[in-house]
Ligand binder design. Structure first.
Ligand code: HEM
Ligand SMILES: *[C@@H]1O[C@H](CO)[C@@H](O)[C@H](O)[C@H]1NC(C)=O
Ligand SMILES: *[C@@H]1O[C@H](CO)[C@@H](O)[C@H](O)[C@H]1NC(C)=O
Ligand SMILES: *[C@@H]1O[C@H](CO)[C@@H](O)[C@H](O)[C@H]1NC(C)=O
Length: 546
């Protein structure tokens, strides 16, 4: 059997890596071994398969409750990974020493490969520059400006669902609708583009494709850990060839999805450019003052000096990354809110009353009033706390660094310590979910869904913990220089969609279906174990008018 050069390189990379990992495992004991953590009996994968699979919730729960705010988990071939949600350590990881705790090569290469250059694949100065260019798209003024666009989309969604329930209650897959809505909202608000008028009951092709991305890619996690090796070996086209030559359906499917996204983005860009060149008034004036992402980027492209001009490829990388970052997370979070409201009819009714009273017979609730609705805010916060769409985020240290802790921890040798020296190259899992459900901070009822938590004054332990999250003492949107740039955008989307849907419809859980949230890279709802793409079957009817 003869193998192609790319395959040979992949194999050589893997062999090298296995040898170096085995060396680390057996001949290089580490001070990290004194940290609490589960015993791993599998030499091959340690506890990684426990940590990243559909049912990983219980494993994470055990790490959080049995081993506490900092622990060590064994990965592939015994490699060590720090699992941490101590608030002071988190502050150092995402704020103070953020340039030492960098995104992992796997994450960066993966994003570069599938989406191109963008916020999700850059580091350091380049990343800071990109944030500076994109920030105006996400400021409060722009949010206010986008509110009518968001309402317009939400109203179209309402019409589409109304048509389905005119003859009485129906079971509807709300994930499919919310996915389409999330795509349309990032299109309208982010790209100045409409992907889906939401006027057809048939699923939108691009939305379905994108929705399949995370479920398709997540099980590749273990494989993806091999990527850094050949990523360092050859030029980009060779890496791409190597990936394409891997005979695994999931990989082919992932490439197909990212190519479809990239093609769509190319079309949008070409149309905008053509309109600009032909002096199309509507587009030209939009580019001038437009705050959507394409307009901002094209403006920066036109104004940039020759040498630092942004290339089309870069521009497309940004667009791909944004659509991807905005899409799955928001549709997942919205679906989770709807699912909780379906389970808790009392909360749903109370929310409906708040929304109806606030609208006061007007067409919609204006921005400032909408964002100030206390119960709506509490429902969103509590769901984003307990069901953080992204449960853990990975970082790797680029040099030796001491990670301080807020509270002392007892090591396996019985001694307590208040800081952990991490060698260069240590994998660190930021346990966002762990921080959000830490009972020492949120109380013994931390794993219960209680929107009231955010109506009453917050526990002192919460305010005093100084959790470095950008939003509401939560790690859901992270903090520091790589925090979610779209967190306000995302909240506005959720509130607009909820305000419109909850007032019009009543949502209930179907009696004969068990909805299970697949852990995945971004958690998604599914029915039964064989459901690969996710769905949220929901019984929908018109709410009784009050
Ligand atoms: C509930 C919804 C959302 C959640 C939970 C969420 C969460 C996150 C998290 C945890 C990160 C950090 C990733 C990392 O450092 O590895 C992130 C980054 C990012 N998010 Fe979000 N996000 C949401 C919605 C959005 C939306 C609506 C947009 C855009 C419109 C967006 C755009 C981005 C971008 C561009 C980044 C990369 C930022 C950077 O690296 O500088 N996100 N998000
Ligand atoms: C870690 O993995 C080993 C087997 O690989 C298993 O026996 C052990 O229960 C796992 N630990 C936890 C906490 O699940
Ligand atoms: C999610 O669930 C599907 C089956 O429903 C499963 O095949 C897949 O492996 C799960 N994803 C992860 C990341 O475990
Ligand atoms: C997207 O397409 C452009 C060509 O239009 C190409 O240069 C770029 O590499 C593609 N990006 C990805 C991530 O495939």
């Amino acid at each position: 059997m003869s193998l192609s050069l790319p395959s040979q390189l992949v194999i050589a990379g893997v062999v090298l890596w296995v040898l170096s990992s085995l060396y680390q495992r057996f001949f290089a004991p580490s001070p990290l071994d004194n940290l609490p953590g589960p015993k791993s009996s599998s030499l091959l994968t340690g506890n990684l398969t426990d940590m990243f699979n559909r049912n990983a919730w219980d494993f994470h729960r055990r790490l959080i409750h049995e081993y506490g705010p900092v622990s060590v988990v064994r990965g592939l071939f015994g490699e060590r990974m720090i699992y941490v949600f101590d608030p002071k350590a988190l502050h150092h990881i995402v704020v103070k020493d953020q340039y030492i705790y960098e995104e992992t090569p796997v994450f960066l290469n993966f994003n570069r490969l599938f989406f191109g250059k963008g916020l999700l694949s850059s580091l350091g100065e380049e990343h800071r520059q990109q944030r500076k260019i994109l920030n105006p798209v996400f400021n409060i003024n722009h949010m206010r400006h986008m509110t009518p666009l968001f309402y317009d989309t939400a109203h179209r969604l309402r019409n589409a669902i109304s048509r389905q329930v005119t003859n009485g209650e129906q079971e509807i897959d709300m994930l499919s609708w919310l996915t389409r809505t999330a795509l349309e909202l990032v299109g309208q608000g982010g790209l100045g583009w409409s992907f889906d008028k939401l006027d057809s009951p048939d699923p939108n092709t691009l939305a379905e494709f994108l929705k399949a991305f995370v479920p398709t890619v997540s099980p590749l996690f273990l494989l993806m850990r091999f990527m850094p090796f050949f990523a360092q070996i050859g030029p980009a086209w060779l890496r791409r060839k190597a990936i394409e030559s891997v005979p695994i359906d999931r990989i082919k499917k992932s490439i197909e999805i990212s190519d479809t996204l990239n093609r769509t983005v190319r079309e949008i860009l070409d149309l905008k450019k053509a309109a600009l060149a032909s002096g199309d008034e509507a587009v030209t004036s939009r580019i001038g003052e437009g705050k959507d992402i394409i307009s901002v980027l094209m403006k920066s492209q036109m104004e940039g000096s020759e040498e630092d001009k942004m290339s089309d490829e870069e521009l497309m990388g940004h667009m791909n990354s944004l659509i991807f970052a905005a899409f799955e997370t928001t549709s997942g979070a919205l679906s989770h809110i709807l699912h909780k409201l379906s389970e808790h009819q009392d909360v749903q009714e109370k929310l409906r009353q708040e929304i109806t009273a606030a609208r006061e017979g007007r067409d919609s609730i204006p921005y400032d009033e909408l964002v100030a609705l206390p119960y709506l805010e509490a429902v969103c916060r509590e769901t984003l706390r307990l069901y953080s769409p992204i449960a853990t985020l990975n970082r790797r240290t680029t040099q030796d660094i001491v990670m301080p802790l807020a509270a002392p921890v007892r090591g396996k040798d019985g001694k307590t310590f208040t800081e952990v020296p991490l060698p260069k190259g240590t994998d660190v899992a930021i346990a966002a979910w762990g921080s959000n459900i830490n009972p020492a901070i949120w109380g013994e009822d931390a794993e219960e869904w209680k929107p009231e938590r955010f109506i009453q004054p917050l526990r002192e332990a919460v305010t005093e913990a100084h959790i470095p999250g950008v939003y509401s003492n939560l790690m859901t949107f992270l903090g520091g220089g790589r925090a979610c740039i779209g967190f306000k955008f995302s909240q506005l989307e959720m509130k607009v969609v909820l305000a419109v849907l909850i007032e019009t419809f009543k949502f209930e859980v179907p009696k004969d279906k068990d909805i299970y949230w697949n852990f995945s890279g971004v958690q998604f709802p599914s029915v039964g174990r064989e459901d690969e793409h996710g769905q949220l079957p929901t019984i929908v009817s018109f709410a009784k008018s009050m």
